[in-house]
Design a protein around this ligand. Structure first.
Ligand SMILES: NC(=O)c1ccc[n+]([C@@H]2O[C@H](COP(=O)([O-])OP(=O)(O)OC[C@H]3O[C@@H](n4cnc5c(N)ncnc54)[C@H](O)[C@@H]3O)[C@@H](O)[C@H]2O)c1
Ligand SMILES: O=C(O)[C@H](O)CO
Length: 283
């Protein structure tokens, strides 16, 4: 086992690595990408992120990529539950009023009876559903492949008007880039809550800003396009927008959970067993 130093040249031992774990932070990731072509015996890269859009274009040919599906389920599901409750109970609005010393009495909504549509029904969506079901929420689901209770994107026009809450967890791929646009926001229920915990680039930003500006939707997000969101971007200040800086998966337990996965994967690699979370071609 060798660690990637921030500046120093890689040791002879590290240059011989067959299995590499991509670093979580962006500074070390840049160094990692710069070193990848020097690892001549490299066979497998394991990420600590669930999304692999940032690493795929830089992966040397023939190297197997494994993602960290499962590692982020609990924190991201908790973020989504928190965002939905904060929106329904209008916590950001009351916090603003508190800062101004205003007793801003108004009615708030019940989550019980709400219908939620998942765009991308994978590991995180299932963890979110398990946490929200006890609130009396019902679910619509979209994934790549249809099965009982799960639809495909082809049915989105009929599904969107049925949902009070739309949670986007689609990975960023050539098929999902800027997928959600004007026609989708126009079909959402007036005042629907759109939650994005997936990737900012799956959404057409101009269409999103217009939908929020017209008051068609409320938007709670952990991700943006671009990241960081530039100074002066309308999403900083539009009403009914709440954003966090891509922190939903970043908790101290990430490393504990991530290293459990790495230990399991290295063991499998050494024993010649099938690896978990292999990113399939055509992802
Ligand atoms: N905000 C954060 O901090 C954070 C943390 C972890 C993951 N993420 C994002 O969340 C995404 C989902 O994570 P996950 O672990 O649930 O992934 P996952 O692979 O388990 O689930 C992805 C789901 O999207 C569906 N999907 C993919 N392409 C599709 C398409 N073209 N049409 C319809 N459905 C499609 C898949 O069928 C699957 O149901 C990640 O790819 C990542 O971008 C964000
Ligand atoms: O994909 C993930 O795991 C998070 O978004 C961090 O990049």
């Amino acid at each position: 086992m060798a660690f990637l130093p921030r500046e120093d040249p890689l040791s002879e031992e590290a240059l011989e690595a067959e299995f590499a774990v991509a670093p979580y932070g962006s500074a070390r990731a840049r160094r990692f990408f710069a070193e990848l072509p020097n690892l001549k015996r490299l066979k497998v890269v394991q990420t600590l992120t669930a999304g692999v859009d940032w690493i795929l274009p830089k992966l040397p040919a023939g190297v197997v990529l494994c993602d960290a599906a499962g590692v982020h389920d609990a924190p991201v599901a908790e973020w989504i539950v928190g965002a939905i409750l904060a929106a329904y109970k209008r916590f950001p609005e009351f916090r603003d009023a508190q800062r101004e010393g205003r007793w801003a009495y108004r009615w708030v909504e019940d989550l019980e009876g709400a219908r939620l549509l998942f765009l991308g029904y994978g590991s995180i969506a299932r963890a979110t559903e398990a946490r929200l079901a006890p609130f009396g929420v019902s679910f619509l689901r979209v994934a790549r492949t249809a099965r009982e209770g799960v639809h495909t994107l082809a049915e989105l026009p009929e599904l969107l008007p049925q949902a009070d809450i739309v949670v986007n967890l689609l990975p960023l791929t050539p098929a999902t880039e800027r997928l959600l646009g004007h026609e989708h926001f126009a079909r959402m229920k007036p005042g629907a809550l759109f939650v994005n915990a997936g990737r900012g680039k799956t959404v057409d930003q101009e269409a999103l800003v217009e939908a929020v500006r017209l008051g068609r939707i409320r938007f709670y997000t952990d991700v943006a396009d671009p990241e960081p969101l530039p100074e002066g971007h309308p999403l900083w200040s539009l009403p009914e927008v709440f954003l966090t800086p891509h922190i939903a998966g970043s908790t101290p337990k990430l490393f504990e959970r991530g290293f459990q996965l790495v230990r399991e994967q290295v063991g499998r690699y050494v024993r010649g067993e099938p690896l978990l979370n292999v990113v399939q071609e055509g992802y």
